[in-house]
Design a protein around this ligand. Sequence first.
Ligand code: C2O
Length: 608
Amino acid sequence: FPSTFITLPNFSIQTSTFLPKTSQRSIFQKKKPFNFNSKTVVSCKASNGKQNDADHTSFLNRFDRRDILLGLGGGLYGATSLVRDPFALAVVPIEPELSSCGESTVDTGKTCMNVPCCPPELKDSKIIDFEPPLGCKIRYRPAAHLVDRDYLYKFELAMERMKALPVDDPRNFMQQANIHCAYCNGAYSQVGFPDQKLEVHYSWLFFPFHRMYLYFFERILGKLIGDPDFAMPFWNWDSPCGMTMPQIYLDPYSPLYDENRNLEHQHVLVNLNDGKSVIKQEKNEEDGFDKLTKREQEREQIKSNLYVMYQQMVRSAKTASCFHGAAYLGGCVSETDIGCTPEPRGGTIENGAHIAVHKFVGAKNPPYNEDMGNFYSAGRDPLFYAHHGNVDRMWNIWKTLQGKKRRDFDQDVWLNSSFLFYDENANMVRVKVRDCLDSKTLGYDYQSVDIPWLRSKPTPRRSRPGVGRGQDQGQDVLARRKSKYLRRFPIVLDKVAVRIEILRPKKPINKKKDDKEEVLVLQNIQLDRNDSVQFDVSINDDEDDDNPCKPEDAEFVGSFSNLPHGDDCHSEAMLSTNLYLPLSDALEDLKIPSEDRFIVVTLVPQEG
Ligand code: C2O
C-alpha cells in the first residue's frame, strides 16, 4: 500500500520503481536512448516487492510495439516479475476464444455456483468482421423518463418479441442476458492462452464492450419491430428528474419489469455515491436536531449526486487512464502482471456511479443480489440496458469536456482488442474496440438533455460558514480527533480515518505548458473481492472526523469502491489494485501553492 506522487503526461505513468534492470536497459539503449530518470518522481519507495503497476499504458505509450515485445521482460514489467525471459511475455490484444467457452462462475466467498452462459453454438463456424453501418442517419436514444406513449408501445412490443424468441435463438432475451454473464464471469479464455480468463470489467475494456453489447441488443429490438431506426431509452440518472428508476420499468405487467429488484427503492432517489438509498438521519432523530424533512433530504441527495457526477466526470477523470481504467492485456504468462489479470483497475464512472446504480437496483437477496446486484444476472433486468445507455452516454460526454487530456487511448493493443456478438440476423460478428470509438459512426447518439452537474463545481469547505470544524468551537477538540496520523505504509483502514503526509513532485507542473497532471496514487490496495468496500479520499481537509469531506467539498478528491465479484470458485479471494486520483483541480480550488512540499491525504473508511 505505498503511496506515490507522480506527474503524469497524459496517461503515462512512472515511478522510481520502474527502473529497468541493467539487462533490460541495454535493450533500450540500443534502440533509442531513454532516460528513465528524466522526470524525477518523488515517491515513497514501494515497500512491497509485488509491484502492481496497474497501468501498463505507461509502457505502451512510451514505446512502440516492437519495443514492448522486446523489452517487457522481468524488471520493466514488474519489479519482481517471475519472468526473466523477455520473450515469455507477449502483449497482445484481448480476444475471446469462442471454442473455449465454458461455465461461468459466481462466487461470494461463502457460496459458489456455476452457471451456463455460453452462446448457442455457431452453425457454420463463420465469424464476420464487423463493419460500421453506412447510413448517415443518426438515431437518438431518448431519456427513459421523457418517452411518450407511442414510443413505449413500440419498445414494449420489441421486448416482448425478444423474450418470445425460441430459447436457443441467440437473439432471445435470456441469451442476450447471458452475454453479460459470459464476459463477466470467466466463461471465455484468451485466444492462445487457455489459462487466461477474460473479464470485461475493471479495465479499459469496460466502455467498448458495453457499447457494442448494447448496440446489438438495440439492433435486434429494431429488427423485431421492423424499425432499423429504433433507439433504446437511457436512464438519465445524472439529472434530477431521472434519479429514480424510470416509471416505464415499474409496471409489473410490462415486459420491462423485473421482479428481482429492491422494491424499497422503486420510488426513491438513487445515491450515486454508494448505491444505498438516501437519508441517514437516524442518529439525530431522537433529539430532533438536524432532522430534515423528506423534501429537504431529497434536495440534499440530488445536490450530492450532482457533485458526485462532477467529481467522476471532470475532476477525477482528467486522463484516459483515469476515466477508462487501466490496461488489460492478452497473452501474459506471469501472474504478477496485473495488466493480465482479469481486473487491473476500473475507471471513475465504472467504479463509481455505475456500480452504485447496480447495487441500488439489485434485490437485497443474499447471497447473489440478483438481478442487477450481480454481474452474472444483471443482463436479465431490462433496466440494465437503460442503465448502461447512460454509462455509454458518459463516454460521449467525457470526450466533449474541456482539456486536451480527455482523449481515448491510441494504443493498438487496446484498439485491436475484440469481442464476439450475434447480430440482428443471428450472424456472429467480431467487433474491435477501434470500431466503436464514435457512437455516431455506429449510427446513434443521445437525446440532448441538460447536464446540470457541469455546474456542480465543489468549493473549499473551510471557506463556507457553518461547515466543518467551525461548528466545533467550544467543544473538546481533542476528543473529536479520532483519526490516526500516520507516516508509513502499509496501513490498515477499518474504522477510523487515516491521515498521511505526502511529499509532492519536486518540479511543479506548469498547467499551461505541460500536458501533465499531478496524480495521487494509492498502490497495492488489498481487499477481499467478495466484500463491499468503500473509502473516500480528501486532501488538506479540516480534520473534522465527525463530518468528513463530501463530493461538494473541494478537499474531496475521490473514492474507492468495490462491488463483490468472485469469478472463480475457491480462487484467491484477495484482490490487489490501485487508485489514481488527479489532483490539479483540487490544488487549484484550495489555492495550494506549488511550492508547498507536502499535502495531507485523508482516507475515510465508509464501508467494509
Ligand atoms: Cu457489465 Cu454494469 O456491468
